[in-house]
Design a protein around this ligand. Structure first.
Ligand code: ATP
Ligand code: MG
Length: 421
């Protein structure tokens, strides 16, 4: 579990800001749920024999003896809340959420025990148009972040639960024939969750898995039609994809469309966004049958990707634009009033006022250390003349003496160049 320190919080805010604006533009409303739920909610939705429920959950008894769990993902909570508050009653809903998730995994780069996800969930719509829309939303996010050339969309269809059950029998039969090639994990999954074996990252098993029967070849007609509808929409929208017949996802509630956005730039933790359709989940949790589709993306991995590819814009570095520096105690009041005026007139500017006095030398030193690009100096001379001195802290450039009346316009022109829009 990580602390997010000041040197990186601006980057997180940049990412979160993009997500917030984007979900709004697509008409998704935010939902915030508690980070703990009854343990049974996750066991019933994610599935008893999934990695998450079998070995990754932070589960504890509270003082009443109730079994609670720190949420390992967001969809179950979202469905629980939507049902509880009647949001799914004869209506469609487009929701999004963001926040910490908890899984007791082996920590490594891109994999943590507390991590953060952004997710969207659309309820009450069964056609492939909404599947396409959530994918388009994520694709637009990649475009805005400059990531489009670095991520790949992988698609598969898991079919109906009947088609999946029939396929499962075929798959188990195939694996039984190749039992000697299965690793320990896969042998365990053979009875509990054989589809998950397809997802194995063990290179020794790769050739055997490549020849395994494909779910795509065993789809029911309705699921096939749905999938073809989706791919047609993606093609029309110019979204490239690859069909990955081994994409199965680690949670039980998925059916029909599943997808992942992956990258090769992060080593083995290459999935940055994953989702799909879960038409059976609402009913499974006691609600009316309600089709649903959504995705979750891991913020840590996306932030890491932006850093790795050096796609962090200056505005996401969190640096100050301006340090306002009274050169002596007499100038304190004037400097504070001037700083307030600048903040009113130029609300985009990141401005820090020097506080805490000090010698002339130490004040200049603090201005340098602030990381700001510009400093505005106010001393006795400046006060008398109604002027201020603009000093360039990170460029070889002659300082300028400015009339305080013209100050706002000059500051605006000097700081407008970056992409803080
Ligand atoms: P993986 O195969 O990498 O374990 P998953 O199938 O368990 O992923 P999901 O539950 O679908 O992942 O979560 C969606 C996204 O959340 C992942 O694609 C990833 O970006 C992120 N994520 C999942 N688990 C972690 C974790 N422990 N630490 C950081 N990010 C995570
Ligand atoms: Mg996992």
């Amino acid at each position: 579990m990580n602390d997010l320190l000041p040197d990186r919080s601006a980057l997180w805010q940049y990412f979160e800001g993009k997500v917030q604006a984007l979900t709004q533009r697509y008409g998704y409303a935010e939902i915030r749920t508690p980070i703990v739920e009854q343990t049974a909610l996750f066991a019933r939705s994610i599935g008893e024999v999934t990695d998450i429920v079998e070995k990754e959950m932070y589960t504890f008894e509270d003082r009443n003896g109730d079994s609670l769990t720190l949420r390992p993902e967001g969809t179950a909570s979202c469905v629980r809340a939507a049902m509880e508050h009647g949001l799914l009653h004869n209506q469609t809903q487009r929701l999004w959420y963001q926040g910490p998730m908890f899984r007791h995994e082996r920590p490594q780069k891109g994999r943590y025990r507390q991590f953060h996800q952004v997710g969207v969930e659309a309820f009450g719509l069964e056609g492939p148009d909404i599947d396409a829309e959530v994918i388009l939303l994520s694709a637009r996010l990649w475009r805005e972040l400059g990531l489009s050339d670095h991520v790949t969309l992988e698609l598969n269809s898991l079919g109906s639960s009947e088609a999946r059950a029939a396929y499962r029998d075929k798959l188990v039969a195939y694996f039984e024939q190749h039992r000697d090639q299965l690793d320990e994990d896969s042998l365990r999954r053979l009875t509990s969750n054989p589809l998950r074996i397809l997802d194995s990252k063990n290179p020794d098993m790769a050739p055997m898995l490549a020849d395994a029967p494909k779910l795509m070849d065993h789809l029911d007609d309705a699921s096939r039609e749905h999938f073809e509808g989706l791919t047609a929409l993606l093609q029309a929208a110019g979204i490239d994809y690859v069909i990955n017949p081994r994409l199965v996802r680690g949670l039980d509630y998925y059916g029909r469309t599943v997808f992942e956005w992956t990258t090769t730039a992060l080593g083995s933790q290459g999935t940055v966004c994953a989702g799909g359709r879960y038409d059976g989940l609402v009913e499974q949790l006691g609600g009316k049958p309600t089709p649903a589709v959504g995705f979750a993306m891991g913020i840590e991995r996306l932030v890491l990707l932006l850093e790795t590819l050096e796609l962090v814009p200056d505005s996401a570095l969190g640096e100050l634009d301006l340090y306002v520096l009274p050169l002596d105690d007499v100038a304190t009041t004037q400097a504070m009033l001037l700083a307030e005026r600048i903040r009113s007139e130029l609300p985009e500017l990141r401005l820090q006022l020097h506080c805490g006095g000090g010698s002339f030398k130490s004040r200049i030193k603090k201005a340098d250390k602030s990381g700001a690009r510009l400093a505005l100096l106010l001393g006795e001379d400046e006060l008398e003349a109604g002027r201020a001195t603009l000093k360039f802290l990170r460029e070889e450039r002659e300082q300028m003496s400015l009339d305080q009346g013209a100050l706002i316009d000059i500051l605006a022109s000097m700081t407008a160049s970056d992409e803080r829009a």
